[in-house]
Design a binder for this molecule. Structure first.
Ligand SMILES: NC(=O)c1ccc[n+]([C@@H]2O[C@H](COP(=O)([O-])OP(=O)(O)OC[C@H]3O[C@@H](n4cnc5c(N)ncnc54)[C@H](O)[C@@H]3O)[C@@H](O)[C@H]2O)c1
Length: 254
């Protein structure tokens, strides 16, 4: 049980086939009490109930700084502090440059980048508590994308690539700033994951064709990313901070 006595918050955690949901499930199996945050329409409370009575689910739009603060106050009170934050909420659009309007630009930047900033800002005071330090210190994991490494990709265009690339700078800066408080901050860059995010964007033939371009010969699964989050959230990565972990089957090796 790698996360016994730990409290973990996962954003964008209610989507049925999502990376966040798989991560919440994985953390719960390792003994963590998990708070699943998501938009109202995803019903995070129902997703938490499915995990068990010791977990909670709350509505929280990560674009809203005040809402992030309130949600984490509530979770810390309910579950006893906050040790782990996985900033997973994200949206993607494949719109070409000249067709991206201001609203779509703001949405992509605000959910993917500002959302990670808002949540880290709200989580830091809780992770600096004596209670969390005594349990081994805090860990923040931000979900970026291969699109942030290579300039977009199969689904995301310029705004998505910029937001996901921004996560690398944010994670590295916070890793420096928060290290003295025993808080580690890392980013994960998934490759092509076969789930809802990519649903409707790939035919079965596309999947076979894309899998052939991946050195490990298959698309990724939400569980591949959940396992990486578990490593970064747990004491197994006690000396790892400010890093970007590529989880892409070798699709991008650099
Ligand atoms: N699936 C892939 O191929 C892939 C590849 C690289 C990176 N990613 C990243 O992984 C993360 C998870 O994606 P996924 O594949 O599980 O997709 P998903 O659509 O299943 O999950 C995204 C979740 O974010 C939530 N969300 C959206 N806007 C939000 C907001 N304003 N506040 C709170 N929650 C919000 C959604 O409701 C949903 O539950 C995203 O950040 C995505 O960019 C996915």
């Amino acid at each position: 049980m790698l996360l016994r006595d730990k409290v973990a918050v996962v954003t964008g955690a209610a989507s049925a086939a999502g990376i966040g949901r798989a991560t919440a499930r994985r953390f719960a199996r390792e003994g963590a009490r998990v708070a699943l945050l998501d938009l109202m329409e995803c019903d995070p409370a129902a997703a938490a109930r499915e995990l068990g009575p010791e977990h909670v689910g709350h509505v929280c739009d990560v674009r809203d700084r005040a809402a992030c603060g309130k949600a984490l106050e509530r979770v810390a009170g309910e579950l006893g502090g906050i040790d782990i934050l996985v900033g997973n909420a994200g949206v993607v659009f494949g719109t070409p440059l000249e067709e991206i309007d201001a609203a779509e630009y703001d949405l992509v930047m605000d959910v993917n980048l500002r959302g990670n900033f808002n949540m880290a800002q709200a989580a830091a005071p809780h992770m600096k508590s004596a209670q969390v330090k005594a349990r081994g210190g805090g860990s923040i994991v931000m979900i970026s994308s291969i699109a942030g490494q290579v300039g977009g990709g199969l689904f995301g265009r310029s705004h998505y690539a910029a937001a996901k690339s921004g996560i690398f700078g944010l994670a590295k800066a916070l890793a420096r700033e928060l290290a003295g408080d025993g808080i580690r901050v890392n980013a994960v860059a998934p490759g092509v994951i076969d789930n809802d995010f990519t649903k409707g964007r790939m035919t079965p033939e596309d999947k076979v064709r894309i899998a052939k371009t991946v050195p490990l010969g298959r698309l990724g699964t939400p569980e591949d990313i959940a396992d990486t989050c578990l490593y970064l959230a747990s004491g197994l990565s006690a000396y790892v901070t400010g890093s970007v972990l590529s989880v892409n089957g070798g699709l991008h090796i650099y």
